[in-house]
Design a protein around this ligand. Sequence first.
Ligand SMILES: Cc1cc2nc3c(=O)[nH]c(=O)nc-3n(C[C@H](O)[C@H](O)[C@H](O)COP(=O)(O)OP(=O)(O)OC[C@H]3O[C@@H](n4cnc5c(N)ncnc54)[C@H](O)[C@@H]3O)c2cc1C
Length: 325
Amino acid sequence: MFELNLDSNILDNKTSLDENKIYDILIVGAGPAGLNSALYGKRNGLDVGLIAKQIGGQVMDTSSVDNYLGYDSMSGESLTKVFKDHVTSYDIPIKIEYNLEKIEKKDNLFYHYLSDGSVFKSKTFIIATGSKPRKLNVSGEDDYVGKGVAYCAICDGPLYKDKVVAVVGGGNAAVEAALDLSKIAKKVVIIQRSEIKAEQILIDKLYAKENVTLMLDSQVKEIYGDTLVKGLKLYNTKKTKQLDLKVDGVFVQIGSIPNSDPFKSIVKTLRTGEIEIDSFCNTSEKGVFAAGDVTNVPYKQISIASGEGAKAALSASAYINKLDK
Ligand SMILES: Cc1cc2nc3c(=O)[nH]c(=O)nc-3n(C[C@H](O)[C@H](O)[C@H](O)COP(=O)(O)OP(=O)(O)OC[C@H]3O[C@@H](n4cnc5c(N)ncnc54)[C@H](O)[C@@H]3O)c2cc1C
């Protein structure tokens, strides 16, 4: 059993970022993408530093991770500790607790401005700031996260074998989640406040499923339960009627918000807010790389974010090699 004490673990790592130094790579974000970038960058002999509001990112919000290769099942906190211990076994300076607020490029260097007033410099940098799930913001949602409220069908779907679940949302992500869940759960109810807006091929597949029901023109007003979720209070806007739906779980699939705001002046972002990258994790700005959930890479998962982090560091390293010639 692991015990994670973030404060003591961070203090164990005696090194801290130096404002007078020019780093080869600064990595912003210490979720799976940022931590793996740091590991790969350092092992490639580069001067690497990490800036992060918090170590672990969304993994710290995950009650149980059951799909990371090599570990049957682990709490998000324990997996974070495994990642962090590996990274801090190398001498990688970390600045935590503060947000990066702004980036500026001057004389071919990147200046990183943090919320505590500190400023750090680097030749390249990797954006690994992840995202946050868009919430319904209804009563009970926060209370039942991990107890029936979920944001990732790939991750938590298997926990609902032969149960009744609701999927909230009507875009591609919601319909794909419902299709995946229909293979596991006894019954899936899609709740959407207007109509389904997914691709037709997905909608056709959905209609072919006997255990999927649609509740359109419906809004979730409350998620209730005891120790676990027991049901939802809904409001049908067409019939102007309140409804009660008994469910064992609810998957909120109304999108995610990439943490890309501080970088929008320097790299190209898409309408979704995701940073556009190519298959080498290059962004639109030379010397700036991005990895993980903050990018347009498909499938937001821990293994994918960490793999992308490795790729971004190797691309940054190749870029530095050319600079140094
Ligand atoms: C509830 C939940 C359960 C999940 N369960 C699973 C699962 O079981 N299996 C699975 O594979 N995936 C799961 N996921 C998805 C997985 O957690 C993400 O795909 C993964 O964490 C993305 O990694 P990342 O490094 O790109 O970003 P994140 O994990 O989001 O990390 C972002 C990092 O950036 C930092 N940061 C953000 N903005 C700033 C800023 N301005 N300045 C400084 N630092 C900043 C944060 O503090 C953090 O360190 C789950 C997600 C959620 C929300």
